[in-house]
Design a protein around this ligand. Structure first.
Ligand code: NDP
Ligand code: HSE
Length: 436
């Protein structure tokens, strides 16, 4: 059979890694796919730039549209990123009858509904395994491996850059900015790294996971996101004293009232496996009714780890080239006419437990004021650590763990606490999940 021709848009970390692995493992990949797969065309902005891959035998261009419009190309790999040019290229490639493989979570989370509809019309596949959790085959696991289950909730460390930063801060006492710069140099971070540290990238990925877990439309605007930029080394240490690790988690949970979709720093008991997922590694814990909890672990970013997921999608597309799109796995796991518009809970309705850190004046009655406010909002305290002031210090840090409460009540309580004259600065609040 004649080889399948692939056009690669973007020759950066992921594009370069994909070209390398496709070449190195060509024979093994061909044995699996049933056809040879060759990259015949590729694009980048600056063709004079040094690449991590060899481009020998590949016709290069600065214009990705040329490749999208090339009738010789069977599959387009969109590895540019962003949601403007990438969206136009993907829609044009679909209109041209080409299958798409993308690693672009922002594109899928924001425009996936429109893209999948266009792909359905054109009878082509849009595959996006690499968009969530780098090299971990989590899309396949949920969409296919768990299709006999009702999924109750999932929680994941789904941003490699953020996890790398938190780990280096905890283990080596390094500064936030310094570790972020290293993550950028290693090719882990997004073009705009605020996407990583403010939870936007994890929010995109969580939205995709929730859609395929619960059969709901993509709706990124309903994901609550909070980043890690306010986490201090002191918080990491206090959490440790209490037996917890701080991780930046994406959580999607089906409740009787609706679906929680949230990304935020979270205290997790340190005995949980997921609490020990460090560095650029990602993990997703899925709780489903039949199988119970399953945990998926692997590299969340990086050239070849992500290439592994990109190529798995290419192989899937090649294997099914002779089938009608209707017989393939549905884009969002559920049949198009079975996607349901379940309500997404507002962040105010989230129910969880909290770690609070505040600074109090060292005088009688101040702690009682705090506990009084919490009691007024029906918030019970689970544990409290009151640090002794050093010699002439007049303020002392207090750390509390609460029992489960509603976010709205916690917001009001925090405002009231911050208004007390005996409290200095803001209250640090980190949500806590036992993941039991
Ligand atoms: P890079 O910035 O390393 O690569 C982007 C590539 O696209 C570069 O080759 C660049 O050209 C090209 N490009 C950028 N803008 C344009 C443009 N306007 N016109 C033509 N070409 C353009 O990004 P990554 O490889 O890191 O990321 C690519 C995608 O993969 C993103 O969607 C990202 O979110 C996703 N992803 C990244 C992972 C990672 O570990 N890095 C992991 C999983 C997903 P040039 O090289 O000349 O600048
Ligand atoms: N910037 C992303 C991360 C790349 O660090 O997880 C992988 O999606």
């Amino acid at each position: 059979m004649k080889p399948v021709k692939v056009g690669v848009l973007g020759l950066g970390t992921v594009g370069g890694g994909t070209v390398n692995v496709l070449k190195r493992n060509a024979q093994e990949i061909s044995r699996r796919a049933g056809r040879d797969i060759i990259v015949t065309r590729a694009s980048a902005r600056d063709l004079s730039r040094e690449r991590i891959c060899s481009t020998e035998g590949i016709s290069l261009s600065t214009d990705p549209l040329e490749i999208v419009n090339d009738p010789e190309i069977d599959i387009i790999l969109e590895l540019i990123g962003g949601t403007t040019l990438a969206k136009d290229l993907v829609l044009q490639a679909i209109a041209n009858g080409k299958h798409i493989v993308t690693a672009n979570k922002a594109l899928i989370a924001l425009h996936g509904n429109e893209i999948f509809a266009a792909a359905g019309e054109a009878n082509v596949v849009v595959a996006y395994e690499a968009a969530v959790a780098g090299g971990i085959p989590i899309i396949k696991a949920i969409r296919e491996g768990l299709s006999g289950n009702q999924i109750n909730w999932l929680a994941g460390i789904i941003n490699g850059t953020g996890n790398f930063i938190l780990t280096e801060m905890r283990d080596k006492g390094r500064d936030f900015a310094d570790v972020l710069a290293e993550a950028q140099a290693l090719g882990y971070a997004e073009a705009d790294p605020t996407f990583d540290v403010e939870g936007i990238d994890a929010g995109h990925k969580l939205m995709i996971l929730a859609s395929i877990a619960f059969g709901i439309p993509l709706q990124f605007e309903n994901v609550f996101t909070e980043g890690i930029s306010n986490i201090t080394r002191a918080d990491v240490e206090y959490a440790g004293e209490l037996g917890y690790r701080i991780k930046h988690l994406g959580i999607a949970r089906k409740t009787t009232k609706g679906i929680e979709l949230r990304v935020h720093p979270t205290l997790i008991p340190e005995r949980r496996l997921i609490a020990n997922v460090d560095g650029v590694m990602n993990a997703v814990l899925v709780h489903a009714d039949a199988v119970g909890p399953t945990l998926y672990y692997g590299a969340g970013a990086g050239a070849e780890a992500t290439a592994s997921a990109v190529i798995a999608d290419v192989v899937d597309v090649v294997r099914t080239l002779t089938l009608s799109a209707k017989n393939r796995v549905p884009h969002l796991a559920f049949q198009d006419n079975a996607i349901t518009d379940l309500s997404i809970l507002s962040p105010d309705e989230i129910e969880t437990t909290y770690y609070l850190r505040l600074t109090l004046e060292d005088k009688p009655g101040t702690l009682a004021d705090i506990t009084h406010i919490l009691a007024k909002h029906n918030i019970s305290i689970e544990a409290i650590i009151q640090k002794e002031p050093h010699h002439d210090e007049t303020e002392l840090p207090v750390i509390m763990l609460t029992q489960k409460t509603i976010e709205k009540e916690m917001n009001s309580a925090i405002s009231a606490i911050e208004n007390l004259s005996s409290v200095t600065g803001q209250v640090t609040r980190i949500r806590l999940e036992t993941l039991g």
